[in-house]
Design a protein around this ligand. Sequence first.
Ligand code: GLU
Length: 556
Amino acid sequence: MQDKLKQRIRVLLTDGKSLKSRTEIEASYLVRSLPSDAEVTRFAPSPTGFMHIGALFTAMICQYVARQSNGIYILRIEDTDKKREVDGSKELIVSQLAAFGLSPDEGLQADGSVEGSYGPYIQSERREIYLAYALDLLDRGRAYPCFATSEELQSIVKDQQSKKLRPGYYGQWALWRDKTDEEVITALDNKKSFVLRFRSEGSHDNRIQFNDALKGGIEVPENDLDVPLIKSDAEHLPTYHLAHVVDDFLMRVTIIFRGEEWLPSTALHIELAETLGIKPFKYAHTPVISILDPNGGKRKLSKRKDPEADIAFWRKTAYPIKSIKAYLLGLANSNFEDWYRKNPRLSLDKFPFSIEKLGSSRSPLLDVRKLEDYAKDEIAMMPQESFNKQVLGWADSHDKELYKAFLEDPDYTNRVLAIERSGEKPRKDLVKWSDVPEQYGYMFDSIFSTRFYPRIDEELAGIKNNISSQANKTFLELYDLKANKDTWFENLKRSAKQCNFALDKKAYKDNPDNFNGSLADFAKIIRVSLTGKNRTPDLWSMMQIMGLERVEKRLS
Ligand code: GLU
């Protein structure tokens, strides 16, 4: 292509502005002064209003690898696909990262500030940088304008399919690759819009090898696709391919953790980097998190079918953050669980994360039950003070009515929240913070009357002869708040007997019709009448905390 024509294209792409050259740009992105084995990683989400659990997994890996090597962990927002962008996504990404303790060393922070001197860290603010690299390729004959319409592109693919050929814009199918200057000039004169495409020199018949830090040696055909580098929109934004190579080079990234879905584009990225005179990167393609289908098969977590795919789900159900991270670490490194069991109180930051072990974890499986085991333990082990803080914090932002009840009598609340948490076997009925209303709400009168009292009839539906009010009355007559647990139990039995409930299991089993129920049925009446629930912590301890007035009120 003649220089004059290249100049015409340059003016169109830069809107006539003079841009910094590659050399000028590179002079401001110095080689980092870091220890020789320090890794610079980056997490590069697109702001689509949704963060996948797999993305969080990648961010966590980026942070561990950088921190453990005294390197740098970057957050780069990849917002060049304006059609997919959702308003507020950037803020969502940084706040979600912050919630998981994954705020980056460089890039946008949750408070809106930006750290680091290798920015901008938002791709749409780097337009002119990408253009400088694209124009360098144009100058060197390694990029060309393509005016093909989407209908033309579709028809190429159709044609390829009918001939059972590999689909794509390559070789003889690359419509504009070998057009004459005159044809390009006519298209430009006609104001047709164009993309700037890469001119590949690869051949699908040759093979290249590269080493993936997680998957090991990989051999694939060379790239021969002439992919778009600069899109046809008015802003002349780059495609992912160009932006990835330019940014990871300038930001001096040393290892690229990205989802496995990018593996097929790696040969292209290698060719593009080499063409730009950039040493190809070290790639680490992270495995996709799968889920078990009800019919036993393993499948990729899907945004549409699985609410668990979205980080928002995890934050809403409010499993403790530490347990989610612990669970993800277990998916990444198979030795994590042993380490965690040995060091349950250590910060997860101390875990010696290993890239090699991550490499052997193929297609990790999301198992919510396992995560819940971590969560239960985490909550049960939490020091009382931190536990109270979390419970109140959750209620403050999710259940104002309960929060208000918690604040009414702090001393009572503290005693309620401490029920069965000390001792050898602390209670494990709380799996996530959103379980708080169900597990503690009934202890507070305002919540009991609106949410738990209405359940009583249903809970006691199996009890014979509408005997519950008599049972409650008899129990109350003998109830003594000061009695110790043994005496209390004796009194419970006495009242049960008075109401014709069988104390002897065998006698009841032999002749159930002779009784109103068993001792367990009697205790159930008391428990349900007090709480609206059939499963609660130890009845005696609860009544001690509720106090006489509350017990009397609920049983009469
Ligand atoms: N922005 C890309 C995505 O969200 C990330 C690819 C990468 O990490 O390089 O899929």
